[in-house]
Design a protein around this ligand. Sequence first.
Ligand code: SIN
Length: 476
Amino acid sequence: MKNYLMHINGLSVGENLKTQDVTNPATNEIVGTVPVGGEDEANQAIDAAHDAFGEWSNLTAYDRAVYLKRFHELMLENQEDLARTMTIEMGKPINESRGEVKYAASFIEWFAEEAKRVYGETIPTHVSGKRLQVWKKPIGVVAAITPWNFPAAMLTRKMGPALAAGCTIVIKPSSESPLTAMKLMELCEEAGFPKGVINLVTGSSSKIAKAVMESEKVRKVTFTGSTEVGKILIKQSADTVKNLSLELGGHAPLIVLDDANVDVAVKGVMASKFRNAGQTCICANRVYVQSGVYDEFVEKFAKAVNELKVGNGEDESVDVGPLINKAGLEKVNHHVQDAIDKGASIVTGGEASTTDGGVFFTPTVIGDADPSMVMMQEETFGPVAPVQKVETQDEAIALANDTPYGLAAYVFTESVGRGTRVIEQLNFGIVGWNEGAPSAAQVPFGGMKESGIGREGGHDGIEAFLETQYVAIGME
Ligand code: SIN
């Protein structure tokens, strides 16, 4: 077990502060401690980032890319250590953790290159003595508030474009899984980033968020987490008119039409639903299957689910690890019990277990689901897939859109015409068509409606950290 420290202005900070424990949800063992920082530490980090901004933003994109590429290399060289840290602090199966480290590193590499393609614009003038131009500038000091479910990738998806664009950053990782982020700070140190460019504070979320939201020096907040917290940040950003990027909750529908290749659909739902034990914002939360293929789909789906091995993520053969904590387990239990009470059937799974101090739920397929059930309305964040039979394509589309969320959706059909028409009517920021794993560094990730504001990844991901400055040049 290691006592980790915060990273502020190039120094390890917080030795004299109280600490909080980080526990492995597979065993309930303490695997590390972090300092409980508050407003003072957040303000020190903000000041450091503010002081470092001038020098960092004055470097060329080519110069900044040198640091980012070194950081990318170090992430890959330290893949195993980062993956193991992730697995013991939040339960992700080790093979998935290794995959996440590569995925996380890909954001750093991609944005190191993308910053070289941030172009301004020359706009045709209407007057011969004027020239009209658009310049792009880094937005300033950025605060990044990251979630526990992807401790590396959700951080680098924010850090990569922010740093590449010329911004400096203050990071607040989740208290559930801060250790991977803290290891990443050690690698940033090794990569030689100038002091103050990257800072990380741990501790009280409310106190750190208060300092960040009240500070006039912080010009942008980028947050991944619940819609509930996102709404609070929107309100708190008003006084200083901060720019916000919010990647919030989802409630993804997955539609299987009569003409789908059922094997492809089962592969897709397995990839989408059981990654990270169903604790992803884009995982399929409700499955709508047209009646012609319902029985075949449910049978093949249940067979595939029965083959998943549940256990401690450190075991190489485990497919589904624990849930993040007891509250997560209670929520899953409540959703499943509610569905049973309202007439759903358990096709397979449905059992909670707290063996060896861990918090596990067996991968579960629920049949005969309907919209009255809580799990068909709210994010379950667990390895549970409710399946509802539908008669028509239009019924599936109406049910899919009947939610305040709009992050991700999935459609399985072999018909180009049907797929195109269905997707045109779906109000979701990300759609997988015959595909259960749509994420990548180079694509825009984000949601419509209450699933958020803005996009991360891809070209939109760097635009989110840039200001547009219009320059009118008067000439003789
Ligand atoms: C998330 O759902 O929270 C992120 C998943 C991803 O980037 O694929």
